[in-house]
Design a protein around this ligand. Structure first.
Ligand SMILES: [Zn+2]
Length: 477
């Protein structure tokens, strides 16, 4: 159960003055207002990014709490009347805050981001200490400064631009243990009233490239499968036994080789692959991002969007076999591999996993059966993009960046999205934010660009203003 500590001195204000409210809704020159806020937002981003809020086992909990407390203070400062914490076992506190809708016909928008960060990894690869936010051209470098503290600050910027009284009702969810994984993922459906809303802005990602406004409309699902082979009780001399004794490693490799066809497309039947209708990287961009040398081919056929987002991928992520150093001249008796499957956003996770499991179980390399064990699964997500929140968001992103929004998907998953979508099944889910594909997420030298942060704040402001306007017109007409 969640323990909450409501602050009775900070109960919501009643905003019944409709004239005042329509002034708020008609607010003009938001970009100028955001420009004037930028110095303060960047200063707060630096304070937040200087806290090593790593919610992983083996890291101290103090900094996570410190980041939490800083955010609670910032929300109180901007006048959010109701801030509480959701405490669940085995996870960091979730900041939950609420601003009631300013009028009975205003929609409610849930704003999500997370204040924990990935561990910095090998610090010798960083050009500046990971928790000392350091200026770079047009931005700042630090661990977590893009993922996802930039988006925490972007939400805050929207609230500041409206003086703490945006034209929509707001629910804020700032998670504190997203990167490691958290039992909070399953919590929203158990407390649906708390998360009830008309639209959500899940800001834990960003643009396809800096300057290209991007709405992420799909997340591929994921499943793991373990496959192992035992052929002998123990290793046997390859000179004496090789040639007839069944080799476990060779057996496993023959099995793994059936997962893809000669082009590198997944050859397992039943995994959905559909045309990708949104935008995608150019091949050069993708090569750059993935660090693929020019003289090497990419795997698979068809568009990159289809290969990366609306089709399956199977990756061998681990292999147990004798290492090369010190390898004995012996037939290998046992080998196993861990496979990571990514599948179409709309395919059922267990169905997708079953297709891979059945494919492997049906194999008999050299006549030898394999032991196949299904592992964890995570569902994908595909947003419905035809509603009023999407219309408002498309216009808002265009207003902020000056060009039409691209639709992309991502292979990475955000497990909480499914929990929130179950809690508020009719809410439109918008995924955009201040990160970009070059910001080195989860890698050394993570950075954020001020241009993206600023445009994200403008987009969030324009979104709530347009959405509230459309909502009012829709409800009153
Ligand atoms: Zn993140």
């Amino acid at each position: 159960m969640a323990a909450t500590d409501r602050d009775p001195d900070n109960e919501p204000n009643d905003l019944n003055d409709l004239d005042e409210v329509s002034d708020l809704v008609d607010d003009s020159d938001l970009p100028g207002r955001v420009d004037r806020l930028m110095d303060g937002l960047v200063a707060d981003l630096e304070r937040l990014a200087a806290i090593p809020s790593i919610a992983f086992p083996g890291f101290p909990a103090g900094p996570v709490q410190e980041a939490h407390d800083l955010l609670v203070g910032l929300l109180h400062d901007v006048g959010v009347p109701h801030v509480e914490r959701i405490d669940l076992p085995d996870t960091a506190p979730v900041v939950f805050a609420e601003i009631p809708p300013p009028t009975p016909v205003a929609p409610t928008v849930l704003l999500y981001s997370h204040y924990d960060v990935q561990p910095p990894g090998d610090e010798s690869l960083w050009r500046s200490p990971p928790f000392e936010p350091t200026p770079i051209e047009g931005g700042l470098r630090a661990r977590g400064i893009a993922d996802d503290k930039s988006n925490v600050i972007a939400h805050l910027g929207m609230l500041r631009a409206f003086g703490g009284r945006p034209p929509v009702g707001v629910k804020i969810v700032f998670e504190g243990q997203e990167e490691y994984g958290s039992p909070f993922d399953g919590y929203p459906p158990t407390d649906p009233d708390r998360f009830a809303c008309d639209a959500m802005v899940i800001a834990d990602l960003g643009n396809l490239r800096p300057g290209t406004p991007t709405l992420t409309t799909g997340l591929r699902g994921a499943a793991e499968v373990m496959v192992e082979v035992r052929t002998l009780q123990e290793p046997r001399h390859s000179g004496e036994f090789g040639g007839a004794a069944p080799d476990a490693l060779l057996t496993l490799l023959k099995a793994l080789a059936t997962l893809h066809d000669v082009h590198g497309d997944v050859a397992v039947e039943g995994l959905r692959r559909e045309e990708w209708t949104g935008t995608s990287y150019t091949e050069d961009e993708f090569r750059d991002l993935a660090s693929v040398a020019e003289d090497l081919p990419l795997l698979g056929s068809g568009t990159l969007g289809e290969r990366l987002w609306s089709g399956p991928a199977i990756t061998v992520i681990g292999l147990d076999a004798p290492g090369v150093d010190g390898a004995a001249s012996a037939v290998v008796p046992y080998a196993r591999a861990k496979l990571n499957l990514r599948f179409h956003p709309k395919q059922d996770p267990h169905e997708a996993q079953d297709h891979l499991v059945r494919h492997l179980r049906a194999l008999r390399p050299f006549g030898i059966p394999l032991t196949v064990t299904p592992g964890d699964t995570g569902p994908g997500y595909e947003a419905a993009t035809g509603g009023p929140a999407y219309r408002a968001a498309r216009a808002a992103l265009k207003e902020a960046w000056g060009s039409d929004a691209s639709y992309v998907a991502t292979g990475g998953s955000i497990p909480l999205v499914n929990g929130l979508a179950q809690a508020a099944p009719d809410a439109e889910v918008l995924l955009f934010g201040a990160q970009d594909s070059l910001c080195n997420l989860h890698a050394p030298n993570e950075r954020v660009l001020f241009s993206e942060l600023r445009a994200t704040v403008v987009a969030m402001c324009a979104f709530v203003r347009r959405y509230a306007d459309d909502f009012r017109k829709g409800v009153t007409s």
